[in-house]
Design a protein around this ligand. Structure first.
Ligand SMILES: [Fe+2]
Length: 386
């Protein structure tokens, strides 16, 4: 996050002696990004965080690709992804390219006997269903419906769910995920016209510290492989840290929509940015108020971006027959727009209660075999007059 956070105990001066009550040293770690040129935190551990005991297994989890080069519009029925007990097993990549992967998951159980770390990618987890706690070595975040959880690469974490009924929409990003630059001043502060501000961002305030030795399994994702690494010390042994690199939560319900007299373009919904894709939030809002306005979007060609819309809740004005949990994929290169009758039907309406998350990628997305299992293969013909 482009602002400073401090949690737990830290010494007054960085890189100086910081001692435990018994006189021994805490172990300092500089947790940096982009070759130490990006955001970083200075972390103080009970034990050296380097104590690898064993590397047990290495296995590949690359998604199987069904359509390498795609020009067909698709609808995927996200809630048809079957719930699975284990968090990592439950994650099904549906769309992917060399920058990012879009993943659906319906995990039933909390991570009990292992920790997880993604070394390649920042993870943005949108909570569609479920409540619980994201536990990390840099502090915990409670989550509920509508939360985005931003977990920067390298954060060791565990997901804990309160019930078995969970639905997650996850974006794994090899490019760092930031708040949009145009909403920040040159010091990084969110500006007045930003649809959210620092107060809306929830930082970790609860830190769990275990000074324990034994065998602790971390499943580490690197490339398309998972490495099962056993460490000799508890991964949650941080007594304190400060800096700019930490996990945080932001609720889609705290996104303040930007509206206008005529239809506003998608960038007004932008919530996060990378240099390879953007994430937008469509939230309940007043419609355009020009006397001749058409609230439904015009047909549009985002000619060089794939557009992925994940429908969360409410009534989706521009589409016929779209339900919560559905994903639409409108690929680069061809126009899309309202379904037959939707533009006319939208005239005179004053507000919408739609809730959706959009991911627009600059490189085309490949469609996976898991996506084809939940695909509506005739959706691309849904703009025809009947
Ligand atoms: Fe669109």
């Amino acid at each position: 996050m482009p602002f400073y956070h401090k949690l737990g105990k830290i010494p007054p001066k960085r890189h100086t002696q910081f001692r435990k009550p018994d006189g021994s040293l805490y172990s300092e770690q500089l947790f940096g990004t982009i070759g130490f040129d990006g955001m970083y935190s200075n972390i103080y551990h009970e034990n050296r965080p380097t104590q690898v005991k064993e590397i047990k297994k290495q296995y590949n989890v690359a998604p199987k690709i069904s359509k390498q080069n795609n020009i067909q519009s698709f609808r995927f029925k996200g809630f048809e992804v079957k719930p699975e007990k284990d968090y990592l097993d439950s994650r099904k990549t549906v769309l992917t390219n060399s920058d990012c992967s879009i993943i659906l998951a319906a995990p039933q159980e909390s991570q009990k006997d292992y920790f997880y770390k993604n070394t390649n990618a920042d993870e943005l987890i949108f909570i569609h269903k479920g409540t619980g706690k994201l536990r990390t070595f840099l502090g915990n975040l409670d989550f509920k419906y509508g939360d985005y959880l931003l977990i920067p690469r390298g954060i060791i974490y565990k997901m804990e769910f309160d019930t078995e009924d969970n639905r997650l929409f996850i974006v794994e990003s090899k490019r760092p995920i930031y708040t949009p630059k145009r909403y920040r001043n040159w010091f990084g502060q969110l500006l007045e016209h930003s649809p959210y501000c620092e107060r809306d961002i929830r930082k970790p305030e609860e830190l769990e510290t275990y000074d324990e030795k034994g065998e602790f399994l971390i499943k580490v994702k690197k490339g398309d492989d998972i490495f099962e690494m056993v460490y000799a010390t508890h991964p949650f042994d941080v007594v304190g840290y400060d800096g700019y690199n930490f996990p945080y939560a932001f609720s889609i319900h705290d996104f303040e929509p930007i509206t206008g007299r005529i239809h506003q373009p998608p960038p007004v919904h932008q919530t996060f940015e990378t240099d390879a894709f953007v994430v937008c939030s469509f939230v309940p809002r007043l419609y355009d108020y020009h006397p001749l306005s058409i609230p439904a979007p015009y047909n549009h060609s985002n000619i060089d971006s794939d557009e992925v819309l994940y429908y969360v809740d409410g009534d989706f004005m521009s589409r016929n027959d779209v339900a919560a949990g559905h994903i639409s994929l409108h690929p680069a290169g061809i126009p899309h727009g309202p379904h037959p009758g939707a533009a006319e039907r939208s005239i005179g309406k004053t507000k919408t209660d739609e809730l959706a998350v959009m991911v627009d990628t600059f490189k085309p997305l490949q469609v996976t075999e898991d996506a084809m299992k939940i695909a509506d293969d005739t959706y691309y013909q849904s703009w025809l007059d009947h």
